[in-house]
Design a protein around this ligand. Sequence first.
Ligand code: C2E
Ligand code: MG
Ligand code: MG
Ligand code: MG
Length: 294
Amino acid sequence: SAKRHGRNHDRRFRPSLEVDGDRQLALVNELRRALAQGGQLELHYQTQHRLADNALVGMEALLRWRHPELGPIAPNDFIPLAERHGMMVALGGWVIEQAVSQLASWRANGMPSVPVWVNISALQLIQGDLESCLAAALAQHRIPAQQVGLELTESVLLDERAGDISPRLEALRRQGHQIAIDDFGTGYSSLAYLKRLPVDKLKLDRAFIRALPDDRADAAIVAAVLAMAHGLNLEVIAEGVETPAQRDFLRQHGCPLAQGYLFARPAPARDIEARYLNHAEPAQQQPQYHPGAG
Ligand code: C2E
Ligand code: MG
Ligand code: MG
Ligand code: MG
């Protein structure tokens, strides 16, 4: 049900998954096969921009599953499935390997050298050895850790099963990784943890961006988070920026970075290359990619 799955998740593909346990198990097995055989899983990349001049500063890797019969299934639907059925470490490992290998090919063909940010599930820290998984992929493809940022949600950072996560984040940062708190502001934790967690960046959840600049409460929250982050020496990126008015509000309130459909939709690597490889143009003038349309 929608409630059980929480807040602002995209439910376009949910009906096909509102199914009985048997169907879920079948889907899990299909996901397992997709992971083993390749072809159905793909990373899309969404560009991140500096608000001062629109410059490309990074990309977020977002996992896509195109099921042969059901079509595209949203990550908010199949990632929880993978987590429940013991597949997340393998799936997350695939994402890391894929992103790092993409970085290597971009490095070879002269793409702008910006970090790729990868979403990390709590289970990759609890059940898996995230540190080794990253180190192996980086070594194999000769990519510096500075090129791979890690996005963790508040719930991941505060998941008690992961133990005291600070030393592990410290170690990842010592290796060279940057760490961002994803969907910042949607968790239920106190702000005190910001003081002790070794992170570099906050990703301001799009729930706070959506109603900008008109909603006075959201405007106040965003302004306050920006001031606080500045004081704590944390960088902020706004997620889900869709309109010039939202961008202008953020710019005026000192938000340095943004990501969202206004700049670009998540797109396959080849589309990103077409945009940035030879004939670089401002992102807004590019045709937008619509998930599920191709
Ligand atoms: P997220 O990490 O917060 O990613 C941002 C989501 O917002 C993405 O949805 C992106 O397509 C969408 N988005 C970006 N700009 C806009 C915008 O301007 N407007 C709107 N309405 N949406 C925008 P997506 O790709 O469906 O991913 C959903 C979530 O699934 C992600 O949220 C992340 O939590 C998870 N996810 C995706 N890929 C991975 C992965 O490789 N590993 C893990 N563990 N989780 C992943
Ligand atoms: Mg993310
Ligand atoms: Mg997010
Ligand atoms: Mg999210």
